[in-house]
Design a protein around this ligand. Sequence first.
Ligand code: ATP
Length: 353
Amino acid sequence: MAFLELANLKKSFGNTQVVHDFNMQIEKGEFISFLGPSGCGKTTVLRMIAGFETPSAGRIAIGGKEQNSLKPNKRNIGMVFQAYALFPNMTVHDNVAFGLKVAGAQPTEIDQRVKEMLALIKLDHLADRYPYQLSGGQQQRVALARALAVRPQVLLLDEPLSALDAKIRVSLREEIRAIQQTLGITTVFVTHDQEEALSISDRIVVMNAGRADQIGTPFEIYNTPATRFVASFVGTLNMIEAKVVDPAANRIQIGDQGVTLKQSVAAFKAGDTVSLALRPEAGSLTEGTPSDTKLTGQVVSAHFLGSVIRTRMNVGGNVISFDMFNSPGVTPPAAGETVTLRFMAADLLVIRD
Ligand code: ATP
């Protein structure tokens, strides 16, 4: 049995249904990200787990125990929000101690636990400061320590990094992941940032309009997106429109060039249009790179991005982007030049709408 179970969760506000039949089984100690654009229902699912919203239907259980009828303070859940939400009139020490005091812990136990938590977030030297004397990143670490001090069963993080600048965001996400692994705490992290989700999660749920479009490891989500939405939201993927030529032989045509796919198109009829995805890093112009498939087209543009040259080519009306790795001797092709892109047919993925 999974540790955190979300079964057939639904939520409507008035006549508008914002969460549709959401199902998820989360194992103890897993780090799960809910990834999706603004308004797709990530926060609403998180708030239902915390008990701040009542599901319109469905079941939430932690460790086999149904939570639906429990108030938020009886669920033993720690939560960190986007806005740090520290108590401004309390020191760092007292902020972290707050939940323990409310729970009636003894002063010596409180002091011991606060020390442990501040050591964990490496802010032991700032225990007597007030929130206004801390940077945004430090405040968010205190919020994390406060949430963890009561030893919750589940940690919920609602876009905890989005108010911070880019450099701090990267270092703090790594710190959060390290702390989560040290404690082995089951964690659900809400974000609209795909790189963030890919870099720190055990599994990602890609949410689209109140539904889970795909649930998988970062590798699965990035390398084998199941839907057009996942493909376009996670990574810069090329979407290619192709015609099915021979469904039984997996033969398709891109413009006037024939390709044999590794994936089956047996569910299509000859003449149907099929959508394909190809990651920019899957293709290369260099002869001799491992490849079993070629497409010839005209260069539209080539932009130098530092480590790579992002090049766009036109193949029968499809603009396909691919990356050339920058190294001595590599020159970007000129616009209008005819080039041949080489890749493995297995990298051309059939995508459903
Ligand atoms: P964001 O990243 O912008 O926070 P989200 O994916 O977390 O987005 P939610 O906050 O869960 O999305 O909102 C999902 C939908 O539900 C949105 O259309 C939102 O307007 C609506 N919604 C959320 N809370 C309420 C509420 N209390 N009353 C009515 N509608 C709501």
